[in-house]
Design a protein around this ligand. Structure first.
Ligand SMILES: [Zn+2]
Length: 259
């Protein structure tokens, strides 16, 4: 019985220590986190607010209030809530993960930008997305995340994180282009999808991509025939000749077509 109570108290104590008992609201984010991550929660919120503003200045539609939760876990994972499309969760195992990548941490700054990219896309197209391949979605968030990293760097320099570091070493458009040029066979489909979004964004303008997403929705791109319907949307936006021929190099990595 004693042992049982001991275990119970131990579990209770660790629940109290790890409880999501800290809360902080900013204009567009509602954060919960535990005390040990406070400096990173505050830095993340500042970063996310900046990303929210850059995204909306570029025409993207994001929820007015996004939940942001940093949770102690037995793994490291950063993801958005696919159901509500109004939340980002960051699970961490140890505080070392918040350090810069060359000090044993994860690519945190890029990761947060990448998740906002997912929310931009899914807030428009979630209702019809079974035709989108994983690389379609990840290539988009990759292009968006790296674009935003450059803007963040221009606005805040290296001071945006509690451990200032040159985060353009691990993300941003220069990093993005170098990665595509490296042509790692394991990343072939993912890189090809990223290249598609980069080419599209360069041609129609980064600030017109929300309109492109809107057209995908209003034109009801979906299966059967998602490939052809998507191609029609491309024709509305691109001025180049032989759009179908150009798209041929990307389509198998982007669209799960069913006739
Ligand atoms: Zn992703």
């Amino acid at each position: 019985m004693k042992n049982y109570i001991g275990v119970f108290l131990g579990v209770f104590a660790s629940l109290v220590i790890n409880a999501q008992n800290q809360k902080r609201d900013t204009e567009h984010f509602k954060a919960t986190y535990n005390h040990e991550t406070e400096i990173y929660a505050i830095a993340s919120l500042e970063l996310l607010e900046t990303v929210w503003t850059i995204a909306s200045d570029n025409g993207f539609n994001l929820p007015q209030k996004i939940r942001f939760s940093i949770e102690k876990s037995d793994r490291n994972a950063l993801y958005f809530n696919r159901k509500s499309l109004k939340g980002i969760t960051w699970e961490y195992e140890s505080l070392a993960e918040f350090m810069p990548p060359d000090q044993g941490g994860k690519n945190c700054i890029y990761g947060l930008c990448h998740e906002i990219g997912h929310l931009c896309m899914h807030n428009t197209n979630n209702n019809r997305n079974s035709w989108m391949s994983l690389n379609y979605r990840e290539g988009w968030a990759d292009y968006f995340g790296n674009m935003i990293v450059d803007s963040l760097y221009n606005e805040h320099g290296t001071d945006i994180w509690p451990n200032p570091h040159n985060f353009k070493k691990y993300a941003g458009m220069e990093y993005f282009h170098n990665r595509l040029e490296e042509d790692n066979p394991k990343l072939q489909s993912f890189n090809n999808a990223s290249q598609f979004w980069y080419d599209l964004g360069s041609e129609i303008g980064f600030n017109n991509i929300q309109l492109f997403f809107d057209t995908i929705k209003t034109d009801k791109v979906d299966n059967p025939g998602a490939r052809e319907k998507f191609n029609k949307v491309l024709e509305e936006y691109l001025k180049k000749q032989d759009i179908e021929g150009w798209f041929e190099q990307f389509v198998d990595d982007l669209i799960i077509n069913k006739e």
